[in-house]
Structures are given as C-alpha cells and as structure tokens.
Design a protein around this ligand. Structure first.
Ligand code: SF4
Ligand code: SF4
Length: 374
C-alpha cells in the first residue's frame, strides 16, 4: 500500500440514514482508493466490526447505524467478499444487542454471517519493556480482512471514541473489564487500546458521524446531527481528523497521545492528506465535548510532571453516580465492575467511590442509562 494513500483521510457529507444516500456516499468516500476493491479481493472473508456498545435502537446514536453496515456489506459482496458482522458487546446480552441495534436484520437482508466474539485467540506483544498478552477474538484468525466501522462519540476515559478505540471491542466479553482493571489510568488504558488496534490491523476504518454523540458519551450523550462519513486505512489519521472536526485538541484524545508516543503516523495534520470535504468544511459546530478524557482534571493529570501529584489528581477525576429515578436495581453494574466496588441489595446499588478506578464500565453496561458521570 502506498504511503500517500495510507495516510489519506476521505470525508464526505451524508445528511441522513437512507439506504441509497448512504450507499452512494460510501462509494464517493472510497473513491480516493478506487473503491472497495482496493481493500477487498474476491473470495476474501471480511469482518465488519461496528460499535455495538449496548442493546439500544440506532436513533440513540450509541451504536454504528445499521444502514451504514448494510451499505458496506453490499459493497463487499459486490467485490466478491464474504461478509461477517460482529462485535463483543459490553454485556452478555448479545441477542438483544443484535436485534435492537438492527444488526440481525442487516445480516438477514444481506445474507451475511452474524457472529458473537465469544472465543479467543492468543497473541503475545511486547509493550515497552514488559510483556503484555492480548486475548483477542478468534474470528480475527478466521477472516482475511477487517473493516472497522466506528461511531463518533465522546468518552470520559479517552476523550473521543472513534476508529482506534472501536478495536477495543475485539477483546472478548468480560476480558474487556479486566483490561480496565489492569490499566486503570487513562494514559495506560490508551496505550493498551493502541496496541489492540495494531494487533487487529483493520485494512479500512470508517467513522459513522452522520449522527454522532456529544456530551455524556459513549452511552448517555445526546445525538448530534453532524452529517459526515469519514474513512481511511490509517485509523490514527482518521481519528486525528475526526477529533479536529469535533473541536478536540490532540492532547484531549488519549489514544492520539498514545499513538504519538508509539511513533505512529497520522497524529500530525501535516502527515495527512484529506480528500472530499476540506477540514474547514467538516467542522461540527457547537459539538459538546462533555467530560472528555476525565474533564479538566483528567487532562491536567495526564500531563502532570510530578508522579505522586499526578496520581492524586487522577483519583479526583469525575466519578460515576447512579440516578435512582432510572435505576431498576438489575445488578448489571455490580456484576461487570472490574474493581468490584458496587454493592447491591439496597434500593439502588452503592458505589465505594474511594476504590473506584474511574473506568466508567458501569455506565456502559447499565441497560437503563442510570449511571451519570459527576
Ligand atoms: S464503579 Fe463504575 S467506574 Fe468505578 S470501578 Fe466500578 S465500573 Fe468502574
Ligand atoms: S445502575 Fe443500571 S446497571 Fe446498575 S442496578 Fe441500576 S439499572 Fe442496573
């Protein structure tokens, strides 16, 4: 793959989730590479990896829209590829996640294989001086190509969740929350997310920002009409451009900071060629960044030079709080909390804030959206 095409980010306007409109927009999006055939060869097994965080309807903007996945599935099939659609949703409610997010219908309509990431392969990687074992979905060994189809949303831990962060879903089930426990600090968590991205190696990443999520993402934010689709073989460059569109500085997106540390191409704007819309034309006016990357305290902590003070600041990042009007006392948050600091039994669960590692998994797993970040 030539470097100039690798570091190209394509941006197109797409105003609504209407099948033909989205299909034509994606064709235009992929024009700089000559179309989907640049990424998919006849006979290849192609995994479409959406963001399927929770069992919610597409209009809530929590998940990648099914119309985007359907359009991509059809394009891949036209190129002779065999389509797999799958993710490891944030809970063990895969059947309802696939039904409510529209993925089950897409798989039926396009005759694609809908899969759940429930088996693991093992890969060993070295991160800095230590050895880190990543347990990724076994399907990555079975497919030839991964197309990473992310949603543009705010995130309290990484600032923005877009293409690089979407590959975190290739960690199977509960291992994801264990990874949070092992890497509780935002900068360490971002480093591991970047390692996962490098291990998954998507051939193409696409960001669905037709309707993005602003404010209290990735689960409780507000849908934001943004009218954009973005794509690139380089997810770091793609996230860099998406963060500019949404008004983030690079140091507000911890995965970009980690990519810079790692020396990956695409963090600096002068390394990226944009096609389609210009950056100026793509800015999302008035995008609410929420408590991006732990809010001001999180950002200050991430770059604070004095180690013990940095730890003190990190413990003062925004914390989860349960809204008793929305809580049904289902116990999911307690079940999935990697630090095991949520106790149930009372009318609403109780969080031991002093021991909370601020991973915000409770908010992602809560089916009713009862967990706020304070
Ligand atoms: S209470 Fe929530 S934010 Fe705190 S450790 Fe548990 S899951 Fe993570
Ligand atoms: S906060 Fe959410 S996940 Fe936790 S018990 Fe209440 S409804 Fe269930």
């Amino acid at each position: 793959m030539q470097n100039n095409l690798s570091n190209t980010v394509s941006i197109v306007r797409c105003s609504r989730y209407q099948k033909d409109t989205v299909l034509e927009s994606i064709k235009y999006l992929l024009a700089p590479w000559g179309g989907i055939g640049y990424f998919v060869s006849p006979g290849q097994k192609v995994l479409l990896k959406p963001n399927l965080l929770a069992a919610v309807k597409p209009e809530e903007a929590v998940t990648t829209h099914p119309i985007v996945i359907k359009a991509l599935a059809e394009l891949v099939q036209e190129a002779g590829g065999l389509v797999y659609i799958g993710d490891s949703p944030g809970s063990n409610r895969e059947a309802s996640v696939y039904r409510l997010t529209g993925m089950q219908a897409v798989a039926e309509e396009t005759n694609s294989n809908l899969i759940v990431f429930d088996r693991m392969k093992k890969k060993d990687y070295y991160i800095r001086s230590g050895k880190q074992e990543l347990e990724l979905a076994a399907v990555l060994d079975e497919v030839d190509t991964v197309i990473n189809v992310a949603k543009l949303k705010t995130h309290p831990l990484t600032g923005l969740t877009a293409a690089v962060k979407n590959t975190y879903g290739c960690i199977v089930g509960k291992k994801k929350s264990r990874m949070h426990f092992e890497h509780p600090l935002p900068r360490d968590f971002a480093r591991i997310v970047v390692e996962i991205y490098l291990a998954v190696k998507p051939a193409l990443s696409i960001i669905d920002a037709i309707i993005a999520m602003e404010g209290a993402g990735p689960r409780r934010g507000k849908p934001k009409n943004s009218g954009l689709l973005l794509g690139s073989p380089n997810a770091v460059a793609l996230d860099r451009i998406a963060s500019e569109c949404a008004g983030f500085k690079p140091d507000q997106v911890t995965t970009l900071t980690a990519a810079r540390e790692k020396g990956l191409a695409g963090v600096n704007l002068n390394e990226i060629t944009t096609k389609g819309l210009s950056l100026e034309e793509s800015r999302i006016r008035g995008f609410n960044k929420g408590t991006a990357a732990g809010g001001n305290i999180g950002r200050l902590a991430a770059n604070f030079p004095v180690t013990w003070l940095r730890g003190w600041l990190e413990n003062r990042r925004p914390y989860p709080n349960i809204d008793d009007r929305l809580c049904t006392n289902c116990g999911q948050c307690a079940k999935w909390c990697p630090a095991q600091v949520i106790s149930t039994g009372s009318s609403i669960p109780d969080i031991e804030i002093d021991s909370c590692i601020r991973c915000y998994c409770c908010g992602e797993f809560c089916p009713t959206g009862a967990v706020n970040i304070k």
